[in-house]
Design a protein around this ligand. Sequence first.
Ligand code: K7E
Ligand code: CUA
Length: 652
Amino acid sequence: MKTGQWLMAGAIATILLAPGCKPKGAQSALSGDAASKVYVAPGQYDEFYNIVSGGFNGQISVVGLPSGRVLKIVPVFSVHPENGWGFSEESKPMLNTSHGFIPWDDLHHIAISTTNAEHDGRWAFANANNTPRIAKIDLTTFKTTEIIEIPNSGGNHSSPFITENTEYIVAGTRFSLPTGDNVDVPIATYKENFKGTISFISVDQEHGNMDIAFQLDAPPFNFDLARAGKKKSHGWFFFSTYNTEMAHTLLEVNASQKDKDFIMAVNWKKAEEYIKAGKGKKIKSPYVHNVWDEDTHTAISTVREDILSLDPRELKDIVYFIPCPKSPHGTDTDPTGEYIIGSGKLAAIIPVFSFTKMLKAIEDKNFEGNIDGMPVLNYEAVLHGEVLKPGLGPLHTEFDGKGNAYTSMFVSSEIVKWNIETLEVLDRVPTFYSVGHLMIPGGPTGKPHGKYMVAYNKITKDRYLPTGPELAHSAQLFDISGDKMQLLLDFPTIGEPHYAEAFPAALIKDKQVKFYKMEKNNHPRALKGINDARVERDGNKVHVYMTSIRSNFRPDNIEGVRVGDEVYFHVTNLEQDWDVPHGFAIKGANTAELLIMPGETATLKWVPDRVGIFPFYCTDFCSALHQEMQGYLRVSPKGSNNPITFSTGVAE
Ligand code: K7E
Ligand code: CUA
């Protein structure tokens, strides 16, 4: 029988490797009806903000729905030359980690802050997979304002997921790892020496500051995704796991042996009780925490030394396992908090679990086994029911708030709509092609806006004009207000979107920061007016205190700089008006430009490598005289005695 299982696993692996099989019955969106539903007339605003992960580009894109128009790219974990993110002296510390400066990461998931399980539009959170981190983006400035590193984690994929009042952000590790003092171990000792960890990051409700409240040890499974309980299941968290075989080689086959893996249910209120009672161990785990200060326009990076670790093998009643077929990817909780859906990539059905039944099974000790003493609940006892013949390769499920669930099917390239109570399949539509995540505005919250659904597709051969070997990924917008889903629009995306969230524009549209107030600018090298402009030498460092305002830089001509000096341009944009950034770039700089917002100060470091005259200029077309916004810097040989001089526009 073992042979049969191997064959089975092999066959499925082959299907997974050959996606993009075209679904039949391609739907046409060419009717005038569909076009009018996505038409946002010139001068009109979109109805929803869609915050979309960029995957391997480490950024977030902000898209308007229903038009699909890209409004902004927000750099998060990746440097962004366009606005100097990770290049300006002020923003560099944001990308610090315990491994040093890391200018890239792989960003998969978005979590929008919630209050009472509804989007509140304060912050967006995002995960870095590769060098585990969580970022917070302020939704009044669309700027990344905090990044916290997650120690004892590898492949931070099960992250960030959020509790109903944004009490915690969780981050579960995909790769289990050896942790603590004993990390130089043979990989073959995986089962003995490796473990999973789940980090609970607390969020200060006033400023949003993040802190690792505690880290929960877990068996060496792979943790894939998660959702918090909400409403009746508030206080619980649900994590999908795969590789419960605990394989460490050729996972494609070896992690697909068992018919069921688990959803790990975590009672985090119980964990809090243990912490209050003084349980848990401080474990040395250095990690870096970076915070953007809006008053000094500067990031501060600090190193933390340890985390509080809880071992649920000793601290009972925190962790329970729900058997779930087979290699579940997404786990999602419905808007009422009663139902927990596991999407087994290799399963032929979609299991729907009942929170009420789960509590009863725990109370009745209806267990079918245990893992290191942590109970495995009886599958049948927790099951609400199974969705039969849903399609192939279920990944993720969202909700419309009207009792329906929508599941993305990677292998059969479709979205399947089904009723959460009756488990009946109600509708299915093809996607083009290989859909990963799907998204309904408010879909993961207690209050979905069941009007649109977006499918984020991979491998979109033939949807757009081709662009060489790599083609644009694709989002497809559907109208889900009626019984049948209707395709309205295709639009290409930035990077590779995985998850996204959307919320009504009215939530944040009128709260946008228009400019930073000069009187609040506490940057130590800020200038409050053009008369303060100057250049100062301090050893081999030259500090240029510069202002920019339409349409000049002061100072504009600088002399006395020598080869090998470190030149720091501290540029303050004195504008106090919306949408008037100024740029700054100088020839030969080995970094990027600065793009300085009104009222902000930013610093570019430049080390001239040769003698000559170097022009600098404003890169943002800020006025009719933008092309006049320029200056020169003269570099003399090392050891020359030219004094520092500068001109500020006063006639000489
Ligand atoms: Cu399904 Cu990384 Cu959430 Cu991609 S993950 S699709
Ligand atoms: Cu300032 Cu162009």
